[in-house]
Design a protein around this ligand. Sequence first.
Ligand SMILES: [Zn+2]
Length: 319
Amino acid sequence: MEKKTKLSWSKRRTLARTYLTFRSVSLNLLGMDLVPENPPPVQPAAQPVPPRLPPDPPSRLGQRKKWWEKILAVLGAVGAAIAKFFAQIKLLILPLLKFGLPILKTGGTMLLSMWVYAQMWGWWFAAGFVILIFVHECGHLIAAKIFGLKVSAPMFIPFLGALILLKESPRNAWVEAWVGIAGPILGSLGALVCEMIYLTTGDPMYRALAYTGFFINLFNLAPVGQLDGGRVVTALSPWLWVAGYVIMGIFAINHLSLILILIMATGLPRLFSLFRAKTDEQKRYFEVTAAQRFIMAGMYFGLIALLLVGMELTFIPRN
Ligand SMILES: [Zn+2]
């Protein structure tokens, strides 16, 4: 009995610690990770090739002119060779820029995030944490690719998690819900793998990672603002947004979470638009069949339930 009381106290301490971590770091982790990108800037039209200089008029100083012409011809040939060289380089460099830069950007921002988190939790945990976020983002990426949506490579922002930019909006609420839920689904599987590693190696760090992963993905399923949950329940019922705002609102006020309040505030326009009278086109966007709604609701509430169970099972009381 006494032991149980002790455990419960330590559990409380851990909860307090978890909450602190939650507040200082994770609150809007992956928070706004599916951000619609500003319309891409209009590419300036290709520079017209400057017209060639008109040939010099026949010169009265015949011999001297020919000498200049020779030099010009050599210079022209050299210039043409250089231009050709750069044109070929461009052919090589452009694909490199196109595919290399996003990788560099993702990798670089990933490393930066890892460094920041490592200062708090040590390198191994930080690496696992950032990889878990990356797996979550990959879920969104894969779903977006399957539905043929253009998205950016993930970018990591220390303290904020990561985000990918949607370069075009989803066709309808069903597609949006899928892109939204795919992140938490894959992210939760990633956390499950951490728990499996714990069960085989016995290294408690992996269990801590699993717990953190379950928590991040659960948090992102909250039906508010730009969080993944907000996108998912758009296909279910706007009233879930209201429920989400009530629950998260109470939480945000209780814990004076500025970040959560910000997430909710930025989501308000969407909340109102869900209840406003819709145009025919908007109505078509929100058309979801009963079967689709059933599937999405099953995945959404099922995943929430599984994550709660996962968090309960992987909870490590500190002594
Ligand atoms: Zn997400």
